[in-house]
Ligand binder design. Structure first.
Ligand SMILES: [Fe+2]
Ligand SMILES: [Fe+2]
Length: 320
């Protein structure tokens, strides 16, 4: 791993197998992953963007055969010209992907093989007791950020969740980007951490895409996101450069606060103060929720994700 000595890398890799991203390293979901992979392989003509160049060559070959009146022309179009395809992504035709029920997969921001089931059994009460100076600094930094957030949002948890996810998706991207650059600079492997952190950022962004469907931001909230992102991105970038240990500890405590916020969100839902509306379609597909899932189900899986991020970042802070 880039953040630590080479000698520690092997030990950390085995530890990461249980600590880092569920879709990358744990075996809990292998059964369902395999099922999705098998279904995808049989239902999708193209296996992801990585094979797009190969597919382009095949398309080109088929077009040449069609022009020559070759076998694929007759087979594919019955002697008629194939329908003109819309080039939609980097000049490459997007692969057609279908769901298990045969309907078209409508999300471009994630694909079926990137979906998963959240581990709801994760311990939500785990807390890293601050012991060192850096720990205490990280803990009180996060606590001090909590106060203005409470004042601004009060008990509007839907809006609060949406706004906080715009911040939560930053640390993984900054950490992943810096480790990526470090790997290039030093000609070293990353031990899996670049992918784990970037996947955390993507997971957080999916939280945002989900809550966007539930709470629509007002103009002044959008303006606030601009300001907060500008400050937080740069502050976290500098903090990570100065001390990855501190940066991961801050994220660990931010995740602890996120768990608390989502627990309060659930209480408000249970009291009936927030309407338990139907889960957004994007959430049903991303977390493989049942078709009749509700907002409460979504908050449950998001909270489990936050607990997972908490463990990953506290672990990273220890080993860095
Ligand atoms: Fe989140
Ligand atoms: Fe998180």
């Amino acid at each position: 791993m880039m953040m630590m000595s080479r000698g520690a890398t092997t030990a950390v890799r085995s530890a990461m197998a249980v600590q880092t991203s569920p879709r990358l390293f744990t075996t809990d979901f292998l059964g369902s992953e395999k099922a999705v992979a098998a279904w995808w392989l049989t239902s999708s003509p193209v296996h992801g963007a990585r094979n797009a160049s190969t597919m382009t060559l095949r398309d080109k070959q088929q077009k040449e055969e069609a022009a020559d009146g070759g076998p694929s022309a007759a087979a594919s179009s019955g002697g008629q010209k194939p329908p003109k395809e819309v080039v939609s992504y980097w000049g490459v035709q997007s692969p057609k992907v279908t769901k298990e029920d045969g309907t078209e997969w409508k999300w471009n921001c994630f694909r079926p093989w990137e979906t998963y089931e959240a581990d709801l059994s994760i311990d939500l009460h785990k807390h890293h007791t601050p012991t060192t100076f850096l720990d205490k600094f990280a803990f009180w930094t996060v606590k001090s950020l909590r106060f203005p957030t409470d004042v601004f949002f009060q008990r509007r948890y839907g809006c609060r969740a949406m706004m906080l996810e715009t911040v939560a998706a930053v640390p993984g991207m900054v950490g992943g980007m810096l480790l990526h650059c470090k790997s290039l600079r030093r000609f070293e492997h990353s031990g899996g951490w670049i992918k784990a952190l970037l996947e955390e950022a993507e997971n957080e962004r999916m939280h945002l895409m989900t809550f966007m469907e539930v709470a629509k931001p007002k103009w002044y909230e959008r303006a606030l996101v601009f300001t907060v992102q500008g400050v937080f991105f740069n502050a976290y970038f500098l903090a990570y450069l100065a001390s990855p240990k501190l940066a991961h500890r801050i994220t660990g405590y931010l995740e602890e606060e996120a768990i608390h916020s989502y627990t309060e969100f659930l209480k408000e839902l249970d009291k009936g103060n927030i309407e338990n509306v139907k889960a957004p379609a994007i959430a049903i597909d991303y977390w493989r929720l049942p078709a009749d899932a509700t907002l409460r189900d979504v908050v449950m899986v998001v909270r489990a994700d936050e607990a997972h991020h908490r463990d990953v970042n506290h672990f990273a802070s220890v080993i860095v």
